[in-house]
Design a protein around this ligand. Structure first.
Ligand code: NAD
Length: 739
């Protein structure tokens, strides 16, 4: 950013050690007007990261600025980045992950705080000029400046995501943010890790100005000229609400309400937000330095917790999922055909339009088309209501979905997603028809939940251009898409579907074709075990409560109601046929069709419903399933253990068969597809925390007591014998990996 005469310091050093990268990650130039420009620009990287090396370098450069200020030749400091759309992405996750001693964590926090306090104390005017991503340590850095200008570019996102890694902002953020913007405005950022746009940051007083990226530099210069002329900008007045809630009494109320909310949302499974609230309560009336000490202590305590380590593990899985799975190049996709405008087709069409695709939506019934469009419109309305989209934009996107009863318009589609009824003959007929309508480069996909992708390929002349693209219901809320490779699917087709999935902002997991693919296959024994627990006398609510206490977003009985009792029964039949005795439906669940209940969508299942609201467990369901109405107590731990162990055991088979590339994919799939608790790091990470030997011992015991569905998978035996982890297991047949 600086021009004019470069007077000093911080030149690039040429060697490629990590230390040199850190050294070269920021430079200091002082212009003829006496402004020091501290510029972040990590070599060969898209992101600026605050590694400890970078923090040391920053400290040293701030020392130079301090000296320059004392000597009188530096008058102001501007902190900025040379990377468009990227200010600072945060601290180095690897370093955080490596901390195992609270004292080490606390010391690391203190070191970071010391650097930013040095910045805070500089006896000259300091400005942060932010364009793009400004997260974690980046936000903590700008909080220590006198003035903050952010660009209103869409890439500008400011926030403190530390809580999502199970820690609190520990470089001064927990302390400085509420002092700057007030407690009410600061809490959502600290407790949820959500980011804010420049406009929101401006409204809440987190930045002092927002400008167009093209004039950021100009505005900084103008500001510095004003300051040089003795017109230092006024601190912005806090919003009215903040001034009202500034009293200690009001703050106490705000903190206790926040605690209730956190407990409601996390059910006590996540220690960091509670620790953040305690720290804020303890430090609110302390001087800055003392408050920072408390902040560091809390950070030290949290950074070593298993929850933090697990959340960091999940974060890494998510990051890894962004990398393509095949070296093949994706084909360009701008126009997508969706066949079937039902529950899934309508949601998929809306998502595609929302992410910029032109969509042709086909059904055989005009009423279904009308319904699909209504679903899409309602979803757009929700986005508009949440303030994420302007009404005009939503209208424009809605207009990008064009309905049709024939295949007109499919000739120009580059991708088609089939979402018609779940019947093999219908799917094959539709796919065959489709192949005659699209051009040869078009990739065809099916949203099937349980039918064989390889078998569908048999109906096609270009099977290589076909794969599964399995969205989960509801499409707008469920992050997972299973991309299912059939025997003849090409890398190019996978790469194309992968790229579209990423553009839809979904998490793709590549799976090899096989009954139930990944998630439904592992969920089926879980729900079935709940059925066995019913047979053994447990009540519906005790089963659901036990699994919610384990951390699942809902219990298996409620999940059955959500999925639809007819659908669940159908899928379990397919899996029973494919895998034999271990997937035999529990006798109680076998009777589901006879109950004529459909679950939530029919207003009655294991629970009763009033409209869309769940009312209560329905006691008459026991009789309907041929079970006695009197229930008995089965310990919560037993319920949890049985339901989770059968999932681990099935996942071991999935790994062994090479359905996915490794335990990380199982965990990512279950977290994003079922809400498996992230604080446990995923199913196989949880299994590894128990240890394969312990998993084996429990499975053997249950197999003896309850039957062969607990018979340990060979991989469990092998990992136990080797004393090895599931994460260390390499699939025998790494079919899902390409290249
Ligand atoms: P749905 O019954 O709500 O919708 C199916 C639609 O397909 C209907 O509108 C029907 O008119 C239309 N259709 C039938 N034959 C057609 C044809 N030849 N050409 C065009 N349209 C045709 O079903 P859904 O729940 O949306 O499921 C669709 C697919 O998605 C199924 O394969 C299902 O297994 C899968 N899926 C469903 C869910 C879910 O929870 N509902 C989740 C994941 C995947």
């Amino acid at each position: 950013m600086a021009n004019d005469t470069k007077v000093a310091t911080g030149g690039a050093v040429e060697d490629d050690t990590a230390a040199a990268v850190d050294r070269n990650a920021l430079t200091l130039e002082v212009d003829a007007g006496g402004t020091a420009w501290l510029t972040f620009d990590r070599p060969d990287s898209r992101a600026n990261i605050l590694t400890s090396g970078v923090m040391q370098r920053l400290d040293a450069l701030l020392g130079e600025v301090e000296a320059g200020a004392q000597a009188g030749h530096i008058k102001a400091l501007v902190i900025t980045s040379a990377k468009p759309g990227m200010f600072i992405a945060g601290a180095n996750i690897d370093e955080i992950a490596g901390i195992t001693d609270p004292a080490e964590g606390e010391a690391g926090s203190r070191r970071g705080q010391a650097v930013f306090s040095r910045l805070d104390r500089l006896q000259l005017f300091t400005v942060a000029a932010v364009d793009g991503v400004c997260l974690g340590g980046g936000t903590e850095l700008i909080l220590a400046c006198d003035y903050r200008i952010a660009t209103d570019a869409p890439a500008t996102k400011i926030g403190l995501p530390e809580i999502q890694l199970g820690i609190i902002p520990g470089f001064g953020g927990t302390t400085r943010l509420p002092r700057l913007v007030g407690l009410t405005a600061a809490l959502p950022l600290i407790l949820t890790g959500k980011t804010v746009t420049a406009s929101k940051a401006y409204r809440m007083g987190l930045v002092d100005e927002r400008v167009h990226p093209a004039i950021l530099r100009e505005r900084v210069r103008a500001l510095l000229a004003e300051v040089a002329a003795g017109r230092r900008p006024q601190a912005r007045k806090r919003p009215l609400l903040e001034r009202i809630t500034g009293s200690s009494l009001a703050r106490g109320f705000v903190l206790s309400q926040a605690r209730k909310q956190v407990l409601k949302e996390t059910k006590g499974h996540y220690p960091a937000p509670l620790a953040a609230l305690e720290t804020l309560t303890r430090t609110e009336s302390l001087p800055l330095d003392r408050a920072l000490e408390e902040e560091a202590r809390t950070l030290g305590r949290l950074v070593v917790t298993p929850v933090s380590k697990n959340l960091i593990h999940v974060f890494r899985l998510m990051e890894a999922a962004k990398k393509p799975v095949t070296p093949a190049s994706p084909r360009d996709v701008a126009k997508v055909g969706v066949v079937g405008a039902g529950v899934m087709g309508g949601g998929i069409a809306q998502l595609l339009a929302y992410r910029g695709y032109a969509v042709r939506l086909k059904d055989i019934q005009s009423a279904a088309l009308g319904h699909g469009l209504k679903t899409a419109r309602e979803l757009f309305d929700k986005v508009v209501k949440r303030g994420r989209l302007h009404r005009r934009e939503a209208e424009r996107m809605m207009a990008a979905i064009s309905p049709t009863l024939d295949y007109s318009g499919f000739g120009t589609a580059e991708l088609v997603i089939e979402a018609v009824v779940e019947r093999m003959e219908v799917k094959k007929a539709v796919l065959r028809e489709l192949e005659g309508q699209v051009t040869s480069g078009c990739v065809l996909t099916s949203n099937t939940s349980a039918l064989s992708v390889t078998e569908m390929q048999g109906a096609l002349e270009r099977p290589e251009d076909f794969c599964g693209m399995h969205f989960f219901n509801p499409v707008n809320r469920m992050p997972l898409v299973e991309i299912v490779r059939g025997e003849q699917t090409s890398d190019e087709a996978i790469a194309t579907v992968w790229a579209v999935t990423r553009k839809l902002d979904k998490t793709p997991v590549l799976v090899q074709d096989g009954p139930g693919f990944l998630v439904n296959r592992i969920l089926a024994p879980y729900m079935n075990e709940a059925g066995w627990l019913l047979v053994d006398g447990a009540s519906v609510e005790s089963i659901d409560r036990a699994l919610v206490a384990f951390g699942m977003p809902m219990g298996p009985m409620r999940l059955l109601d959500e999925v639809g009792l007819d659908v669940a029964h159908h899928v379990s039949g397919i899996l029973h046929q494919a895998f034999g005795a271990r997937m035999a439906p529990a006798p109680a669940l076998e009777k589901l069709p006879a109950t004529k209940r459909l679950g939530r969508k029919g207003g009655l299942g294991f629970y009763t419903y009033e409209g869309s609201r769940e009312k209560a467990p329905d006691a008459s369901m026991y009789a309907a399933l041929g079970l006695p109405a009197t229930r008995r107590d089965i310990p919560r731990e037993v319920i949890q253990e049985r339901c989770i162990l059968v999932m681990i055991n099935e996942a071991a088979r999935v790994l062994e068969e090479g359905i996915v590339r490794g335990a990380g994919d199982v965990d990512l799939g279950l977290i994003t597809g079922t809400g498996f608790p992230p604080f446990r790091g995923g199913l196989m990470r949880y299994a590894d925390s128990l240890g394969a030997a312990s998993v084996l011992e429990k499975l053997e015991r249950y197999a003896r007591d309850l039957g062969e569905r607990f018979e340990p998978a060979p991989l469990v035996r092998a990992r136990a014998a080797e004393g090895a982890s599931f994460y260390g297991a390499r699939p025998k047949r790494p079919v899902a990996t390409v290249g």
